[in-house]
Design a protein around this ligand. Structure first.
Ligand SMILES: Nc1ncnc2c1ncn2[C@@H]1O[C@H](COP(=O)(O)OP(=O)(O)OP(=O)(O)O)[C@@H](O)[C@H]1O
Ligand SMILES: [Mg+2]
Length: 541
């Protein structure tokens, strides 16, 4: 180690100050060179720069830096000898080495309860900071409580002697390693007591909360405390004096570390508080990350659980949603059925009355049959909708599906005098669908397009591939959908047609969504409408 030698400072204005000449010494302590000497004065800007540059910004290095600065000042003021300064410096260096073991282990575990146990073992280990008992409180995620998390320390004198004897056989690294490797951490008496402590942050008068908000450590002596408060604590634990160090990261209070020497009654010195604060500051950023990690993994677990529940209930929900829909539909259905039934009833009564007379008209029966056909169609569509979907899913080329479906329409288009233009996606995407249902959706939308157009107009059918989906576009040049009807066209029984049942679009939407897809449309009045149906692309061709 380089021992500083004091010489008068040569800087202008620093004539009364001493500078510190650090010489390099070989193993025998003999000086080997004076060329690399560093000449600094603890008042010089150069000194501060060297401290900062040399020790970096890490808390532990800063602690060492400030210890050196304090020692230099004390030697300079002739409060302590150089030898005492060296001893203190060596003590600080070994303290920092212990802190390195602690922070390395905390980083390694990533698990909050182990991290806390490691830190507290550091605070209480005779081989480290040597407090008799120590505990950690953390502010909860919602910033509502200061919650006791963990504590380490014997339950009574007998336990103290036994534990300390056991631990004496182990090096500090071994003690920490045991915590890292233990399959499960045991919960001892002190931990169980501290876990029960939960203080609402709103309780400003609480002594621990005052320590939490304080800038520095707070020292508590039983003899100086309000007997009422002491009585409250004593219900749980006896104590003589203890120190509380706030755990603060970037100005935010994370928690509080408390420690005492209840069994040995050893005074809590400034130096040991200093060490505790340095340990707190060193651990804080790692602890903060561990707390965040813990909160994140809790959220993830929660999400996973919700996800699992959702998956389990999805089929049930879908069915329940359908049944609710059906319930809502019942009233509409009754209303929808009333008109055709009145028509059927009227014509049927007339047919019965006139059947054997020349007044009998076959047209009455035709009307009855056509109305019954319509009711049958509505009934079967509703029944089908109310059943859980049983799809016969296979992977198809969307281009092939469209091509084959359009063949069914050739005749109809010819009759209506509508010209067809088709364009297929080059990449020929594949989709996993029930072929019959795909066709049902396509025909429902094309029927609407045809209803909106006049003879001689064009219908365009196109397929596209996009990120994760294949799209089917049905583009008409018909009457368009008025803005005030946009939100209603997917509603059951909504129709603007004399013979429409208003089921085509809501049923198509449900089928597409049951396949994991969706429907969009764009429309301009008197200019035309484009319906786009998206199906997820299937993995296999
Ligand atoms: N391409 C389109 N152009 C203009 N209006 C449309 C178009 N597609 C749908 N609509 C409007 O949406 C309404 C609902 O369509 P939907 O297919 O659900 O029922 P519908 O065609 O009236 O009856 P059906 O049950 O026989 O299909 C239609 O009545 C019409 O007003
Ligand atoms: Mg329709």
């Amino acid at each position: 180690m380089n021992i500083p030698h004091a010489v008068p400072c040569t800087k202008k204005g620093h004539t009364n100050k001493l500078c510190w000449l650090s010489t390099l010494a070989d193993n025998d302590g003999a000086e080997i060179s004076r060329q690399d000497d560093i000449l600094v004065c603890n008042e010089c800007a150069a000194f501060k720069e060297i401290i900062n540059r040399g020790f970096g910004r890490r808390t532990a290095d800063m602690a060492l830096g400030s210890t050196i600065a304090t020692l230099l000042r004390q030697v300079s003021d002739r409060n302590i000898s150089l030898d005492e300064a060296r001893q203190q410096l060596e003590k600080k260096v070994s303290e920092l080495a212990l802190m390195k073991i602690i922070t390395d282990a905390v980083v390694k575990t990533g698990d909050l309860s182990r991290a806390l146990k490691i830190i507290l073992t550091g605070v209480t280990s005779g081989r480290a900071f040597g407090f008799n008992r120590a505990g950690i409180f953390l502010v909860d995620q919602r910033h509502e409580y200061l919650q006791g998390m963990d504590a380490v320390g014997p339950e009574n004198w007998q336990a103290a002697i036994r534990i300390w004897n056991e631990l004496h056989a182990l090096s500090f690294e071994q003690q920490i390693n045991n915590i890292l490797k233990a399959p499960q951490l045991g919960r001892d008496y002190l931990q169980m007591i501290i876990e029960r402590i939960k203080i609402p942050l709103a309780n400003k008068s609480n002594f621990l909360l005052r320590a939490l908000w304080s800038e520095k450590h707070t020292f508590f002596r039983k003899s100086e405390m309000d007997p009422f408060v002491v009585g409250g604590i004593l219900k749980h634990l006896d104590f003589n004096e203890f120190v509380a160090v706030p755990l603060r990261a970037e100005g935010i209070q994370l928690g509080l570390m408390v420690a005492d020497n209840f069994y040995t009654n050893k005074p809590i010195t400034e130096a040991s508080i200093d060490a505790l604060e340095t340990l707190a500051n060193t651990c804080i950023s790692v602890l903060e990350i561990t707390v965040l990690h813990e909160q994140l993994s809790q959220r993830l677990q929660e999400l996973e659980r919700v996800n699992q529940l959702l998956r389990e209930n999805q089929a049930y929900l879908l069915q329940a949603e359908r049944l609710a829909d059906i319930g809502r539909l019942a009233a509409t259905v009754a209303h929808e059925f009333k008109t055709p039934l009145v028509t059927i009833g009227g014509h049927a009564r007339r047919a019965i009355r006139d059947i054997n007379t020349p007044k009998f008209k076959k047209k009455d029966l035709d009307i009855i049959v056509s109305e019954i056909d319509r009711l049958e169609k509505i009934t079967s569509e509703i029944l089908e909708y109310s059943k859980p979907s049983k799809f016969d899913i296979k992977s198809y080329s969307i281009n092939d599906l469209v091509k084959e479906s359009l063949e069914f329409l050739e005749h109809k288009l010819l009759n209506l005098g509508i010209r067809l233009r088709v364009r297929y996606a080059d990449s020929d995407p594949h989709i996993a669908v029930d072929e019959r249902r795909f066709r049902q959706v396509m025909f429902n939308i094309i029927d609407n397009a045809l209803d909106s157009m006049k003879t001689g107009m064009h219908l365009k059918v196109e397929t596209r591939a996009l990120e994760g989906y294949a799209a089917l576009d049905i583009i008409d040049s018909g009457c368009g959908i008025p803005d005030d009807l946009r939100d209603r066209i997917f509603t059951f029984f909504f129709t603007t047609k004399a013979k429409g049942s208003g089921l085509g679009l809501p049923i198509s939407k449900r089928i597409v969504e049951d396949h994991g897809g969706y429907i969009e449309f764009e429309s301009k009045l008197n200019s035309g409408t484009t319906f786009s149906v998206y199906f997820p692309i299937s993995g296999q061709k």
